[in-house]
Design a protein around this ligand. Structure first.
Ligand SMILES: Nc1nc2c(c(=O)[nH]1)N[C@H]1C(S)=C(S)[C@@H](COP(=O)(O)O)O[C@H]1N2
Ligand SMILES: [Mo]
Length: 317
């Protein structure tokens, strides 16, 4: 986050990548077999030589791959799964994007409970597997734009946030949502060694942003549960905002009356605001946001206002 890191040449041979057509074929194949258990998915992943995406919890087998919502599609190719799985920001583990997957590999994400609190009719705690039994998931293809000026295109599986909010039953006093990540320095080396960060990571949305149809509580990627490096077992995705808003590995969701503080705004208020809407016209104080590098090719393309989602969200602001 603190600076743009240019990847030192791409390490994954092109043949190992999983282009969208292969991903979609595999999906269809699994469906035809009429068997979408994790076991088979794991087996197929293993056979194709990837193996970087082991998820550590049950997370309700049988829901992946989830039905795709065709409304949310892309005008650019999907990022290869192995590329996305080895280029991560998850400062709880390390600042090295290409080492997050390795350092997060043994992080325990099951069982995993989320506390729902604040301005709700009745506070409660819910296990992620129970949440997934209660609320249906769907798959969507979204662009993903980091404030560091790189981007990907990713198939997320998750619960539309609106459905979660209906379940949580906020009071009329709820104006914002506040999200908090786990705190576990024993398991997360970055929380031990990078003591200058105000752990645990925290984020927030205004209620109308959270209810927007684009906003999701994501539990899966590429047709299977989230691997740890992507924020297992449950994370936020808000595709019209810079990636840092999309907080990973959530343990607490609070409905609040006041606008909550956010991790990066608290650390560097001059560089990161609460809203963090993707805007090519507003440069970061240390670099332009007019274009973005597509990972892994590095090809530069113009950045779109609201990351291309203006039709959905421009009316919010
Ligand atoms: N808890 C937590 N969430 C986080 C971060 C983090 O360091 N910790 N990094 C953010 C940033 S800057 C980005 S770009 C995305 C990266 O998500 P990905 O690794 O799944 O692509 O996660 C966001 N969520
Ligand atoms: Mo980011």
């Amino acid at each position: 986050m603190a600076h743009i890191i240019i990847p030192p040449g791409w390490k994954i041979p092109e043949q190992q990548a999983t282009p969208e057509d292969i991903y979609l074929d595999r999906r269809r194949f699994i469906r035809q077999l009429g068997y979408s258990g994790l076991g088979l998915w794991g087996l197929l992943s293993g056979l194709s030589g990837r193996g970087l995406s082991a998820a550590s919890g049950p997370q309700t087998s049988g829901i992946y791959p989830a039905p795709r919502n065709a409304k949310f599609t892309l005008d650019r190719p999907l990022t290869a799964e192995q590329v996305a799985a080895t280029y991560n920001n998850f400062y709880e583990f390390t600042l090295d994007k290409d080492r997050v997957h390795e350092l997060a590999k043994n992080f325990k994400t099951s069982p995993w409970r989320i506390e729902v609190r604040g301005e709700v009719e009745k506070p409660f705690t819910i296990d992620v597997d129970d949440l997934l039994r209660k609320l249906p998931v769907e798959e969507r293809l979204y662009r993903f734009r980091c404030v560091e000026a790189w981007s990907m295109a990713v198939p997320w599986t998750g619960i539309p946030m609106k459905k979660f909010i209906d379940l949580a039953r906020p009071t009329s006093q709820a104006k914002y949502m506040r999200f908090v990540t786990f705190l576990d320095p024993k398991q997360a080396p970055g929380q031990r060694t990078q003591s200058w960060y105000p752990w645990p990571y925290f984020e927030g949305l205004r209620m109308d942003e959270a209810m927007n149809e684009l906003t999701m509580l994501v539990t899966g990627i590429y047709g299977h549960p989230l691997p740890n490096q992507h924020g297992a077992p449950i994370r936020l995705i808000v595709p019209w905002k810079y990636g840092f808003k999309s907080i990973k590995s959530i343990v607490s969701i609070e409905f609040t009356r006041e606008q909550p503080r956010t991790f990066w705004n608290q650390l560097v208020p001059d560089e990161y605001d609460f809203w963090a809407n993707v805007d090519p016209r507003v440069p970061h104080p240390r670099w332009s946001q007019a274009t973005e590098r597509i990972i892994p090719s590095g090809k530069r393309v113009p950045t779109l206002p609201y990351n291309g989602y203006g039709d959905y969200v421009a009316g919010l602001y």
